[in-house]
Design a binder for this molecule. Structure first.
Ligand code: PMP
Length: 443
């Protein structure tokens, strides 16, 4: 006889199919098979579903659970702040202590002269805010015609209207029949195209250039070592604001507090989200340099007509402060750096073992592994989704990226991961590749 709890799970699966429109999902897959995992608990790098299956969260869920799952220290802070003051408005002159302390903490952590923070609930809102604040900055400077925003191919900046418009990955833009105007794209590794576009459009029409220090959702693409120095120079020469989108790369993911630190340049604005709370609350924001903040301060008679109900949410900011304290006191950035090397070494070992593995790349705990056929060409039908499915069966969550003809698996485990856990992750991935490789003539 079927145990009662199986009925409960069946019911959940049916309710999911009928009522839950999943974000960034294949509706057909959901309708055919229902949810693949209904997670109920998390501990460290592991997630457990309602059937009792335990898997390694090799993606830190959405690149964000940096301190790992089930951190009761954060839960306690959330409970205390929720009970004392969950939320109050930060519009106009209202404020709250967690938001004030977090903005000061971020100014301390961001190594450049990023001094002031505008808070949002996530990364897309952070991006839209950055574009609007950059344009408004130019209005304050008497140059309202500086309104164009340039981003890179293979970039992902979110799904709100502005962030979708800035996203270089075409399928996201094509999902909506109409987008925001004044967005332009340049090659993701070649600075010359940026210079050419600026010349063609006229520098006096451009507000900002935005880039992820390491492209995440687009397939973990790491820019050449000199790329950001060159683009920063181009931006400075043409008085264009340089915005970094650190939504994934912030808060230790790459083995430094912020990804751009690897490149020895500093941004004028920085978007962040995800790792600022490790997913324990919804929070993001944009940081501005002192110089830009000074321009906004001159807005003495006007109003900053940009603000979200949840900008500076007290509970979310308290959670962020605790999360940042854990990242600092547990030296998770150092761990991301050393475990990142373990992960990359493991992926290279896999590469040496399998003909179908092409390029392997990584920085800190952000890595990618590409698949190719025996002629080093892409398979007609990508194999990465099959390997990801196989890995999930065997206890590892990772993600396949097939945009732009890629056939790649990306991996980004929590920053608390141990050497032993990396070993398990690599073993499962290796077994999964072996399994699919063996079936390739049939594919
Ligand atoms: N920017 C980058 C670089 C991202 O990776 C993401 C989310 N994956 C976003 C922005 C959007 O963030 P959110 O989903 O929190 O809106």
């Amino acid at each position: 006889m079927m145990p009662n709890w199986m009925d409960d799970i069946r019911e959940l699966e049916e309710l999911d199919k009928n009522h839950f429109l999943h974000p960034t999902s294949s509706i057909q897959q959901q309708q055919d098979a229902g949810p693949s995992f209904i997670f109920k608990e998390g501990r460290g790098v592991y997630l457990e579903d309602v059937k009792g299956k335990i898997v390694i969260d090799g993606m830190s869920s959405l690149w964000n659970v940096n301190v790992g799952h089930g951190r009761s220290e954060i839960g306690e802070v959330a409970k205390e702040q929720m009970t004392k003051l969950a939320y109050s408005s930060c519009f106009a002159t209202f404020s709250n202590e967690p938001a004030i302390r977090l903005s000061a903490k971020l100014a301390e952590l961001a190594s450049s002269d990023l001094m002031a923070t505008f808070f949002t609930s996530g990364g897309s809102e952070a991006n839209d805010s950055a574009y609007k604040l950059a344009r408004h900055y130019w209005m304050l400077k008497g140059k309202p015609e500086r309104k164009k925003i340039i981003s890179r191919t293979k970039s992902y900046h979110g799904v709100s209207m502005g962030a979708t418009s800035a996203t270089g990955l075409k399928p996201f833009r094509e999902f909506s029949s109409s987008l925001a105007p004044d967005f332009y794209y340049v090659d993701h590794v070649e600075p010359v195209m940026l210079r050419e576009l600026i010349e063609a459009e006229g520098p006096e029409t451009i507000a900002a250039f935005i880039a992820e220090p390491v492209q995440g959702a687009g397939g973990v693409h790491i820019a050449p070592a000199t790329y950001f120095k060159e683009v920063k120079e181009i931006c400075v020469e043409n008085e264009i604001l340089f915005i970094t989108d650190e939504v994934i790369t912030g808060f230790g993911r790459t083995g430094k507090w912020f990804g751009i630190e690897h490149y020895g340049v500093t941004p004028d604005m920085m978007c962040f989200a995800k790792g600022v709370t490790s997913g324990y609350a919804q929070l993001g924001g944009v940081m501005l340099t002192e110089q830009i903040h000074e321009e906004f301060k001159k807005l003495s008679t006007g109003t900053l007509l940009h603000g979200y109900t949840y900008s500076g949410h007290a509970m979310a900011c308290a959670v962020a402060l605790k999360n940042l304290e854990l990242i600092e006191t547990e030296n998770l950035i150092g761990n991301a750096e050393s475990m990142g090397k373990e992960l990359l070494a493991g992926l290279m070992w896999i590469q040496a073992n399998h003909k179908i593995v092409g390029e392997v790349r990584g920085l800190g705990l952000m890595a990618a592994i590409e698949f190719v056929d025996e002629d080093q060409k892409k398979f007609q039908t990508p194999v990465s989704p099959l390997i990801v499915n196989e890995a999930a069966k065997r206890g590892l969550i990772c993600r396949s990226v097939i945009f732009d003809g890629q056939d790649t698996i990306v991996i980004a485990p929590p920053l608390i991961i141990t050497k032993e856990e990396i070993g398990n992750l690599i073993r499962i991935l290796d077994d999964s590749i072996k399994e699919i490789e063996g079936k390739i003539p049939l594919i």
